[in-house]
Design a protein around this ligand. Structure first.
Ligand SMILES: [Zn+2]
Length: 164
């Protein structure tokens, strides 16, 4: 272990890195904001284990995310690639309720409506915040999005599909 890098500092640095890696399906959010990161641990002095929850099942992005997490973390720590293990917790599926508040705010800034997860919660227009919106298509730019039209300001927009 390099000098001046206690376990807490190492983990802190890793969380920072995870805050800059995006899911190719939702580029507006880091995997940390998405709530994909289940845990970061250091099982031995010179190995790292990062457990991620897989998003949208069968998503081809999972391999890309795993590769970039390993690469970016090993670079940031200046550790060998083999020291960084990334595993997916397939028994603990991700759901859209795990998207953090800062993630939801980033989505709105990007003109994408966050998922309405709670019972009774309505999808709102990211432009005027009206809930007078209609679903126009279940198919958006990526498989995790769908299209809406705001009846208040007439803006078409995309929203993340609720998944729980
Ligand atoms: Zn609107």
């Amino acid at each position: 272990m390099p000098a001046g890098s206690g376990p807490n500092l190492v983990r802190e640095r890793i969380w920072e890195v995870l805050d800059h890696i995006v899911d190719p399906e939702i580029r507006q959010l880091s995997i940390r904001q998405l709530g994909m990161v289940q845990s970061v641990s250091q099982p031995t002095q010179d190995t790292i284990e990062i457990v991620l929850r897989p998003t949208f099942s069968g998503c081809p992005a999972l391999d890309i995310i795993r590769a970039s997490v390993r690469l970016e973390v090993s670079r940031a720590l200046d550790w060998p690639l083999e020291a960084v293990n990334v595993v997916y917790a397939f028994d603990q599926p991700w759901n859209t309720e795990r998207i953090s508040d800062s993630g939801r705010a980033s989505l709105i800034r990007s003109g994408i409506s966050p998922p309405a997860d709670q019972p009774g919660e309505r999808t709102v227009c990211p432009c005027c915040h009206s809930s007078r919106v209609v679903l126009t298509s279940r198919f958006g730019a990526t498989r995790c999005r769908q299209q809406y039209l705001c009846q208040a300001c007439r803006t078409p927009f995309e929203g993340i599909k609720p998944l729980g």
